[in-house]
Design a protein around this ligand. Structure first.
Ligand SMILES: Cc1cc2nc3c(=O)[nH]c(=O)nc-3n(C[C@H](O)[C@H](O)[C@H](O)COP(=O)(O)O)c2cc1C
Length: 303
């Protein structure tokens, strides 16, 4: 069998297929349908310092080839998560990457620091697509200097592997990836959702209570593949790719563009076992072509 194992950000993964943040919760629900022992890693739903309820409903709506969400990052807070949710995840022989966020740069640092040394946590994925409360509410991840400050602060606050999750809502993503590397991030993941809006033509109201939301699913895949390819060719940092991955072929496209691992998001809502099907599919894809390792695909697109 071809070798699907990969090391990224110093985290050894048995295969390069991860569950994307926010689409697998803290593992409890999806574990009923998907064998977590088989996935490369689970990236948990975002965690902040304190519990937050998230946005009022409606929080999601369907769009052509995708969905919009404005869930608003509801979470149980660091302390409850460590006490009540990590023990469940520790039952599985898989890697756990905790997705974190904050309302201020200092909060990012505090959340990151509180996971240092916590048994069962193998790395942090830092969601920088949240509003910077102290500086006008602009998302950290669309402002280069705010991104720099978050990456620097998180890097100084923890010895855990740090993966920065880039926002696609920028004109040029390359400088953002460069800042991550300069400030000591171990890897980047990309992309988060694209800002979108949908209006009901009967009521003339936005379909989301929050008015705007994040677009995900197959509709965003070409944007994600393009951004991965740009970053792979410009910045020497490992990439976890995501955005609309639904089939083995989708995952292969991301590897060819330059990712070292992939994460499956929205597709879990249609088929919570799809990541396992993609893992098996990748093995077959390599075998049929006589390629002995997944590493043989990374960045191999023929231009
Ligand atoms: C309902 C929902 C909740 C999400 N929650 C988070 C989150 O808490 N933190 C985060 O960094 N990304 C979050 N994301 C973004 C996904 O992890 C992923 O980057 C994005 O949806 C693109 O992948 P996909 O098209 O395969 O879903 C969420 C996405 C969805 C659809």
């Amino acid at each position: 069998m071809p070798d699907l194992s990969i090391e990224i950000a110093g985290i050894k993964l048995r295969n390069p297929v991860l569950l994307a943040s926010g689409t697998a919760g803290y593992g409890e629900d999806i574990a009923r349908y998907c064998d977590l022992n088989r996935v490369g890693a689970i990236i948990t739903k975002g965690i902040a310092l304190k519990p937050t309820p998230g946005n009022p409903p409606p929080r999601i709506c369907e769009t052509p080839a995708g969905m919009l969400n404005a869930i608003g990052l509801p979470n149980v807070g660091v302390d409850t998560f460590i006490k009540e949710n990590i023990p469940f995840l520790k039952k599985f022989d898989t890697r756990v990457i905790v997705n974190i966020f904050g309302a201020t740069v200092d909060e990012y640092g505090e959340v990151a620091g509180s996971f240092t040394g916590v048994e069962g946590v193998h790395g942090l994925e830092v969601n920088i697509s949240c509003p910077n409360i102290k500086e006008g509410g602009i998302a950290f991840g669309t402002d280069l200097e705010a991104t720099r400050r978050v990456v620097r602060t998180v890097r100084r606050s923890t010895t855990l592997p740090v993966i920065i999750k880039l926002s696609p809502n920028v004109t040029d993503i390359i400088p953002f990836a460069m800042v991550c590397k300069d400030e000591g991030a171990d890897a980047i993941s990309m992309i988060n959702t694209l800002l979108g809006m949908s209006i009901d033509t009967e009521t003339w109201k936005p379909r989301l209570a929050n008015i705007t939301g994040g677009l995900s699913g197959p509709a965003i895949k070409p944007v994600a593949v393009r951004m991965v390819w740009q970053v792979y060719n410009a910045v020497d940092i490992p990439i976890i790719g995501m955005g609309g991955i639904t089939t083995t072929g989708d995952a292969v496209e991301f590897f060819l563009a330059g990712t070292s691992a992939v994460a499956v998001g929205t597709a879990n809502f249609l088929n919570p076992n799809v990541s396992i099907e993609i893992i098996d599919g990748l093995g077959r894809y390599l075998e049929e072509r006589g390629i002995d390792s997944i590493r043989g695909l990374i960045g191999a697109v023929k231009i």
